[in-house]
Design a protein around this ligand. Structure first.
Ligand code: ATP
Ligand code: MG
Length: 449
């Protein structure tokens, strides 16, 4: 993309309404625009990152065998009356009436609808195990929408639902989700720690929340510092193997890590003092096993091997796709702006032309732009007629991990500058080498799916 032809409405001033850094930077970098309390338009730069995050979630879900579908945002109230949640859910549910006076709601989650799909089309244990998921907009009429996309009213969520014959199989699905989530967040450059959590209105005893540590997080968390040394990395796991998934689950959940809802001070005090940590975290996902809570009242049953009809064991599993943008920025920024991890950056590299209109710098930039694109990369070329300082400030604000700077003095020796956004380190090298270096850096990112 050429910046002169892009739509990047950056703000010069700090917006007054933003209390936390991610919200401020998303507004300043022209990523989002608030349209009503907790409801946002995704401007092109924000939309690009949202799509990258969504893509990673899709790839990691499908890697472990989960099947994508798409359910609507509007749901019939009758389905929710069957489970009893139409009355229980309370004021967070946005209730709507259509012209025929039928009650609808804007879905805050989809357990009822997916159970309805399941019971209409699946009848035998032979069709199990089955995990279906979608990435769809949700609405929760949060009493205090705040912090930008972090606590919106309309937000994008991946929600997935497993259907299994037995509790044991459903707990395997739970562990498999945990494994897949660990990899998902690491691809986004995040450490998200599974912590024992509370079931809330979705219900269930088996549940973990995934938390990103950040001072601005809304949850208070208590954990053993050893847990932050764990990495999932590039392990290859057989996702059908109960033992392998169970082992990962135990590795990542055996140390003390809980939110304030489940915190147990006596247990916590048993840790050596220098390993006890009390901090704040952002919830970026949650997994649940809830047994037959929905399948029983809604009649989602299958014929078991012995011929009897039994309700299926279920769980649900959510990732806060739109919240993740805020969480990543909270975890990765400096005083000049955002620092995108390579896995989610909107553009892979920025090209800054220090002397727009100069034949040699213009043609060197054009060549770099074409070469990078030929390598399958997505560069942003700042071809505006602006001072170098303004170009650098924009690049720093929008947080591209790498920048190539092209000026007449360097070019005289066939050199450009390659700068790392995070460390600030700069290296001079020939343009072709810069392209090769960027291509090598992104090779694992582009092939991670
Ligand atoms: P919270 O406790 O933050 O209100 P929740 O536990 O009610 O969230 P879940 O039902 O577990 O939310 O939804 C799955 C994921 O969706 C959460 O882990 C979170 O990342 C995201 N999410 C939930 N509510 C919001 C919201 N209002 N705005 C943005 N993302 C949200
Ligand atoms: Mg939750």
């Amino acid at each position: 993309m050429r910046l002169s032809r892009y739509f990047l409405p950056v703000l010069k001033e700090d917006p007054k309404e933003a209390q936390i850094v991610s919200h401020r930077l998303m507004l300043r970098a022209g990523m989002i625009r608030q349209q009503a309390a907790g409801i946002y338009s995704w401007l092109p730069l924000g939309y690009k990152v949202l799509r990258r995050i969504e893509q990673i979630v899709h790839e990691e879900q499908q890697r472990v065998g989960h099947i994508p579908l798409l359910m609507p945002t509007l749901q019939s109230a009758d389905l929710w009356r069957e489970s009893g949640r139409y009355d229980d859910y309370g004021e967070e549910m946005l209730r709507i009436r259509d012209r025929h006076k039928r009650d609808l709601l804007y879905g805050p989650t989809n357990e009822e609808m997916i159970t309805d799909i399941f019971r209409s089309h699946v009848g035998s244990y032979k069709d199990l195990p089955l995990t279906l998921y979608h990435i769809q907009w949700k609405f929760r009429d949060e009493i205090r929408p705040r912090f930008g996309v972090m606590r919106g009213r309309e937000f994008l969520m991946k929600d997935g639902y497993n259907f299994d014959l037995t509790k044991e199989d459903a707990l395997h699905a739970y562990n498999r989700h945990l494994v897949s989530y660990l990899r998902t967040y690491e691809r986004m450059g995040l450490q998200a720690i599974p912590m024992r959590a509370d079931g809330g209105p979705i219900g269930g005893d088996h549940t973990h929340e995934f938390l990103v540590l950040a001072e601005t997080g809304e949850s208070e968390v208590y954990y053993d510092s050893e847990i932050t040394d764990l990495k999932f990395g590039n392990r290859r796991i057989d996702h059908d193997s109960h033992a392998e998934c169970q082992a990962v689950m135990e590795e990542f959940t055996s140390r003390y890590a809980r939110t304030d809802e489940t915190h147990d001070e006596t247990l916590f005090q048993q840790l050596p003092e220098d390993r006890r940590r009390v901090a704040r975290g952002i919830e970026v996902g949650q997994i649940f096993y809830f047994g037959t809570k929905y399948s029983e009242p809604m009649g989602a049953t299958v014929v078991a091997p012995d011929g009897s009809r039994v309700p299926v064991h279920m769980g649900s599993h959510g990732i806060g796709v739109s919240r993740l943008l805020g969480a990543i920025i909270e975890a990765s920024h400096d005083e000049r702006g955002i620092i995108w991890p390579e896995g989610v950056t909107p553009f892979h590299v920025g090209i800054v032309n220090l002397k727009q209109g100069d034949n040699s710098t213009d043609s060197a930039c054009e060549a770099l732009y074409a070469e990078l694109r030929a390598q399958g990369l997505d560069p942003l070329y700042d071809d505006r007629d602006e001072r170098a300082g303004a170009k650098f400030a924009t690049m720093d604000l929008i947080g591209l991990p790498w920048r190539i700077t092209v000026g007449p003095r360097g070019l005289a020796n066939n050199k450009v500058e390659l700068t790392n956004r995070r460390s600030g380190e700069t290296e001079e090298l020939p343009p072709n080498d810069a392209v090769a270096r960027i291509a090598a850096i992104y090779e694992p990112v582009l092939n991670a799916g």
